[in-house]
Design a protein around this ligand. Structure first.
Ligand code: SF4
Ligand code: SF4
Length: 179
């Protein structure tokens, strides 16, 4: 048994009863992560996406969590209020079985970073319905070695998975020779 340690868990709570599918969260997220900041808005580059069924008035904001090299083996199907959804509908994984959470131009993964050091994430600040609430909770957990990748490492990992190490190395060499 490892030693118990106190740590802060950052959470975004989602109250689905309040969400009206306005996609303000997608706009805010993509603007905040544009380079330079706030220079452009493009929901396709957002790290939160609203899965919606307008006929049934159902909207579910999903935040991009971890990068995965491959899709899951077994999948479930959920029936909610008589409508069927695949398990993937509500999954936050940046997964190669779908386009969601990959930059439309570069194909690089778009992971939610909870807006870095911002006091409150942008999607929470700009949700006009108060559907999203940010919380920092102190929890006591067994100490485990966690390997956290930063955005650059996640991007490199995705490129390696897609093209292989040799091709990346060749391209890198070619580009560095061009200066
Ligand atoms: S917390 Fe920040 S990075 Fe994550 S989805 Fe919200 S706006 Fe995007
Ligand atoms: S901004 Fe709020 S109400 Fe609008 S889609 Fe996002 S979570 Fe829902």
């Amino acid at each position: 048994m490892g030693e118990k340690v106190k740590k802060i868990v950052r959470t975004i709570r989602v109250d689905l009863d309040k969400c009206n599918g306005c996609r303000g969260c997608e706009m805010a997220c993509s603007a905040y992560h544009a380079t330079p900041k706030y220079s452009a808005m493009n929901p396709a580059r957002s790290r939160i996406r609203v899965v919606m069924d307008q006929f049934n008035d159902e909207y579910v904001p999903i935040r991009a969590t971890d990068y995965a090299k491959a899709g899951c083996d077994g999948r479930r199907v959920y029936t909610i209020k008589g409508k069927q959804y695949s398990e993937c509908s509500f999954c936050g994984t940046i997964c190669p079985t779908r386009e969601m959470f990959f930059d439309p131009d570069s194909g690089l993964p778009l992971q939610c970073d909870l807006c870095g050091d911002e006091k409150e994430p942008m999607c929470v600040q700009f949700c006009p319905q108060g559907c999203l609430t940010f919380e920092e909770v102190e929890v006591e957990e067994e100490e485990k070695e966690e390997v956290k990748m930063d955005e650059m490492e996640i991007g490199m990992r995705a490129l390696l998975d897609k093209f292989g190490a040799q091709k990346i190395a060749d391209t890198f060499n070619r580009l560095s020779q061009k200066g």
